[in-house]
Design a protein around this ligand. Structure first.
Ligand SMILES: Nc1ncnc2c1ncn2[C@@H]1O[C@H](COP(=O)(O)OP(=O)(O)O)[C@@H](O)[C@H]1O
Ligand SMILES: [Mg+2]
Length: 195
């Protein structure tokens, strides 16, 4: 089983969207996927409840920490995490093979990102862990000039870009429409999770 976690000290950056997007893409490829919701806010759980209410079949199941103890056979475990909880962030990161950090464009976003990277540097990560940034809610093709060098300095690649689209918001409790799933595939390809 491969564990892919989505982390950030900051809320509202797209952790849950990225988590369900990755789960959907892997599920649609035929893998057995569970999405562990470690955020007490339960947004990923809410996504699944929304799907159940409309009898939408998601290609993955969402589980809470209690069910995680009896996970059963899965190929991928995606972990959605809360903001502002360094302990859960580090605990999740330690167990993960792949780490993805979503962030919003803009130089002002770098402070919180540094907190995230710092927390990770203090966690004991797996030797061969793969880590990448995902830029979310892009409104232009070009990321601000100041941001790219600042990101490069942190030493991890930007593995995908997600544009700002109201259809991502509308997808809550549903499947993400096929034309909007490319960035999730990109992230998985860049980190060599899928071919
Ligand atoms: N690329 C995007 N375009 C439009 N809305 C987005 C995008 N990414 C996230 N959102 C919306 O922003 C809000 C926060 O995203 P979410 O994934 O819940 O962030 P987090 O889990 O980091 O708190 C949600 O309402 C979500 O639908
Ligand atoms: Mg969330």
């Amino acid at each position: 089983m491969k564990i892919i976690s989505v982390l950030s000290r900051k809320g509202g950056v797209g952790k849950t969207l990225l988590s369900v997007g990755l789960a959907q893409v892997l599920g649609e490829l035929g893998h057995r996927v569970a999405l562990l919701d470690r955020d007490p806010e339960g947004s990923a759980m809410g996504w699944q409840h929304g799907a159940q209410a409309t009898e939408t079949l998601l290609p993955y199941r969402v589980i809470g920490p209690i069910e995680a103890a009896q996970l059963g056979d899965v190929d991928f475990l995606i972990v959605d995490t809360p903001p502002n909880d360094t302990r859960v962030l580090q605990d999740t990161a330690r167990q993960s093979h792949v780490l993805l950090i979503p962030l919003l464009p803009g130089a002002g976003e770098m402070d919180r990102l540094q907190e995230t990277v710092q927390a990770l540097s203090k966690a004991e990560l797996q030797d061969d862990v793969k880590l990448g940034f995902v830029l979310n809610r892009l409104e232009h093709d070009n990321v601000s000039g100041a941001m790219r060098p600042a990101l490069e300095e942190l030493g991890y690649p930007v593995v995908a870009q997600i544009r700002k689209a109201v259809d991502y918001q509308r997808a809550f409790g549903n499947l993400i429409p096929a034309p909007l799933t490319a960035p999730f595939r990109d992230a998985l390809k860049e980190l060599e999770v899928i071919a």
